[in-house]
Design a protein around this ligand. Structure first.
Ligand code: ADP
Length: 485
């Protein structure tokens, strides 16, 4: 039977290096907590910088052979892992809910979303192409081929503990790169479970190495500066991403950066209001608002603003809150107390500057890190939450009159990950989509994530794209071979 203790027990809580499970060399461990109760779930190995180096050594030694491994076999390993993830969806979902807090239904959704990246890149592994062209002089020939970039460092966040892993591991495996993965310290268990699944699916020793650590910077910076890793793929905050880009400059590492967002959600007078409210709930409340794609600012045209706010408030105030393992719960806890305090600071700041609290507006007492689903209106443009990623269940609404004004407000941020547009006017839909300074747009749609689509941002939301047909390019180098006949 799948029980809370059985799923936690089933995970090997050690480092995975060179195909072997091993404790930290100094025997250290750190605690993993259930954010719904604040209780310790278990301890996992706490890697030191020496352990990190051993993981990179393993990745480096496995690289040449792995690059030469037949693409079809690399794809088949991913395909088997995809099937294993789905077969074990229930236990993996429970494990994820325990360490991260999201409701079980969402954890199930993430396991299948995570698995889809493996299915997608299983199919892409055999589609890496090249070219053969006649040079303009008629004598030269331009041969182009793709090669794996080499040993890669992958750093993943806690909000999607498995899918942000498979979105990087999938293309790295398909491209023929070996890797060192460092999951977020809050949620190491999903990644450890994934490592075992990949090993069982036949991934050769040393291709995937996982280091769990409470000292992310101390372990990863030497690996970034080592010079043998050729690539860093990071998902996390813009502040940390910026620091890592600086570290990568030292040895000129290739980088993929999925950083923060500040998504605008625009609703025009001519929108289908039912669809807009539904989309707003998805864009705001997926993952308890703890997503870089979460709608962070709602801009609603004056004619429907009151009605939109009324309906959103009705929906938000009716959401069942509780531990993610309980039936029917939609709003789980935030990841930790610091997250609750940050969300509350942003809400209180907006209120102090004149925003009206329509529902919610405070943390929930008791064990666990809960915050009330909150709707704010008349949010002034100088409110902190108009600039910063909220990462919680808070929907700030502002009113606009013209399309021009809406687009300007939407683009008034250093971030550029995703924007949402609700309108039934086709020309306006495309016009506004083109003008949004974002890597992605949800057009009459509250969720954009899709393994078959290129995910990523512009401006300070990041560099590169994950998923889609371009996702594998992040792990490939183009080689040109010149010949003359
Ligand atoms: P969040 O604020 O959502 O926790 P972070 O950017 O802090 O986002 O964390 C994302 C990932 O980056 C996590 O795996 C975390 O451990 C890691 N991380 C944080 N700081 C550093 C650092 N200085 N060097 C390398 N990795 C880091």
């Amino acid at each position: 039977a799948v029980t809370e203790s059985s799923v936690v027990e089933a995970v090997t809580k050690q480092l995975f290096i060179g195909g072997k499970w091993t404790p930290a060399s100094n025997g250290a461990t750190f605690a993993v907590h259930d954010p719904a109760t604040g209780q310790v779930l278990c301890e996992v190995a706490d890697a030191s910088p020496e352990d990190g180096k051993a993981a990179l050594d393993a990745a480096v030694s496995a690289q040449a052979e792995w690059a030469a491994h037949p693409p079809r076999e690399r794809g088949e390993i991913l395909r088997r892992a995809y099937e294993a993830l789905l077969a074990r969806q229930e236990e993996l979902a429970l494990l994820m809910t325990l360490e991260m807090g999201k409701p079980l239904a969402e954890s199930r959704g993430e396991v299948s979303y995570a698995a889809e990246f493996f299915r997608w890149f299983a199919e892409e592994a055999v589609r890496i192409d090249g070219g053969y062209a006649v040079a303009p002089n008629g004598v030269g020939r331009v041969l182009v081929t793709k090669q794996p970039v080499g040993p890669s460092l992958l750093i993943t966040p806690w909000n999607f503990p498995m899918a942000m892993g498979t979105r990087k591991i999938g293309p790295a495996v398909a491209a023929g790169c070996t890797m060192v993965v460092k999951p977020a310290e809050q949620t190491p268990l999903s990644m450890l479970a994934l490592a075992q699944i990949l090993a069982d699916a036949g991934l050769p020793e040393g291709v995937l190495n996982v280091v769990t650590t409470s000292d992310a910077g101390g372990v990863m910076e030497p690996l970034i500066r080592d010079g043998r890793a050729r690539k860093l793929s990071f998902t996390g905050s813009t502040a940390v991403g910026r620091k890592l880009l600086e570290q990568c400059a030292d040895k000129v590492l290739r980088t993929s950066m999925e950083l923060g967002g500040n998504a605008p959600f625009l609703v025009f007078d001519d929108a289908d209001l039912d669809a807009a409210v539904e989309g707003a709930m998805q864009a705001k409340m997926r993952n308890i608002g703890e997503a870089c794609t979460a709608a962070n600012r709602f801009y609603v045209q004056r004619g429907i603003a009151d009605e939109f706010a009324r309906r959103l408030t009705e929906r938000m105030s009716a959401l069942p809150i509780g531990r993610g393992t309980e039936d029917g719960v939609v709003v789980g806890p935030l990841i930790d107390q610091a997250a609750v305090e940050k969300v509350d600071t942003l809400v209180q700041d907006a209120a102090r500057r004149g925003a009206e609290v329509l529902t919610g507006g405070s943390a929930i007492d008791g064990p666990g890190h809960f915050y009330q689903p909150t709707v704010l209106t008349d949010v002034p443009t100088d409110a902190l939450l108009a600039r910063e990623e909220i990462f919680g269940p808070v929907a700030p609404i502002s009113v606009f009159d013209t399309e021009e004004e809406a687009v300007a407000a939407a683009n008034d941020t250093e971030y550029g990950l995703v924007g949402y547009v609700y309108t039934s006017d086709v020309k306006r839909a495309l016009r506004v989509s083109e003008r949004l300074e974002t890597g992605m747009v949800g057009l009459n749609q509250g969720i954009v994530s899709n393994p078959a689509a290129p995910f990523g941002g512009v401006k300070q939301s990041g560099l590169g794209r994950e998923g889609g047909t371009v996702g594998i390019d992040e792990f490939l180098e183009t080689k040109y071979i010149a010949v003359s006949l």
